[in-house]
Design a protein around this ligand. Structure first.
Ligand code: UDP
Ligand code: MG
Length: 317
């Protein structure tokens, strides 16, 4: 039996790009059904992430015209990671394999063939890894490189140059559904699930229309979320720092007492100010980092739903 494939595609205010990219997705599904690689029950599942433009209408209209198109709409904008999870968990009920892909045409749809081949040869997770970053600005390129370095330094296992373009089998989705955390960083969580995984390489293109929904602020937020949801190493680093500063302070105390006793004390304004500034800075930074983790615990304990589905296109007849 050929596997049922669900392409899961999050969309947020994408009315300009959807009419351009949707035919590519449809063609790919039809092509794969045509060459009997996937089942005719395969579908495209668009997730409208609380768009305020005509995105949901476009999805609904497409689902009326094409049996292969389905959609769910979230009650408000919950961000890319939550929208993706909503789509994956919805797809889990119907599919044998899911492939998540952005709706803006940046991820090369032709890599889907290679991903399905890898699945058919036994892989449960296939990561789409970009060949190069030609289409990125210098800033995005170098900040991404630094970020992967930092993450790996902190002991988090993330695939270099892989975003959220990946294939997952049904059993991986089943396991993913057991991860109940609200601070989502899928590209870090999925390698933790295990199973046989592999990568396929593709060239990432420029966005075909519309604007990126990831401004610097959101990017930094996701980057920080990545670190704090995958590792507590920053807290260990703070502890290490604390030890070093305590040691230096001990030496400083001995030195000051000896200086006092030998009558070498002078009006050391500069040294006092430097020490106060140094300690003040370290303490605030440390408190901030620990506070981030406390904030995460706060959000996790509330256990609020990660998304609410407001509307769905009708079930297949
Ligand atoms: N997206 C989403 N919710 C958001 C932001 C983005 O569902 O709050 C979707 C968006 O429609 C796109 C994908 O996530 O399909 C990636 O976003 P984008 O292309 O803007 O990010 P970039 O490629 O610039 O990092
Ligand atoms: Mg994009």
């Amino acid at each position: 039996m050929n596997p049922i494939l669900y392409l899961v595609i999050p969309c947020y205010n994408e009315e300009t790009v959807l009419p351009i990219t949707a035919p590519f997705f449809l063609n790919k599904i039809e092509e794969l059904i045509g060459c009997s690689k996937i089942s005719p029950e395969s579908r495209i599942l668009f997730v409208d992430d609380g768009s305020t433009d005509g995105t949901w209408n476009i999805i609904k209209n497409m689902s009326e015209d094409y049996i292969a198109v389905k959609g769910i709409s979230l009650s408000r904008n919950r961000g890319h990671q939550n929208a993706l999870l909503a789509g994956l968990l919805e797809a889990k009920e119907f599919c044998d394999i899911s492939i998540s892909i952005d709706c803006d045409g940046q991820d090369d749809i032709n890599a889907v063939d290679k991903m399905v081949d890898e699945y058919l040869s036994g892989a449960d997770i296939v990561y789409g890894v970009r060949d190069n970053r030609k289409s990125d600005t210098w800033f995005k390129k170098s900040s991404a490189k630094c970020y992967y370095r930092v993450l790996n330094l902190f002991g988090a296992n993330v695939i270099y140059n892989h975003a959220d373009y990946r294939l997952m089998s049904k059993r991986v989705l089943e396991e993913l559904s057991k991860y109940k955390e609200v601070n989502l960083y899928l590209r870090g969580m999925i390698p933790l699930i295990g199973f046989k995984s592999t990568s396929v390489f593709y060239e990432r293109h420029k966005r075909l229309a519309g604007k990126s929904k990831y401004p610097l602020r959101k990017m930094l937020h996701l980057a920080f979320d990545g670190i704090t949801s995958l590792t507590v190493k920053p807290i260990h680093i703070i502890t290490g720092f604390g030890f070093i500063v305590a040691l230096i302070s001990g030496i400083g105390i001995v030195w000051s007492v000896v200086a006092k006793l030998t009558g070498h004390t002078v009006a050391g304004w500069t040294s006092i100010i430097s020490i106060i500034c140094f300690l003040g800075g370290i303490q605030l930074l440390s408190l901030g980092v620990i506070g981030e983790y406390v904030g995460k615990i706060y959000l996790e304990t509330k256990n609020r739903p990660r998304y609410v589905i407001k509307d769905k296109t009708p079930e297949d007849k």
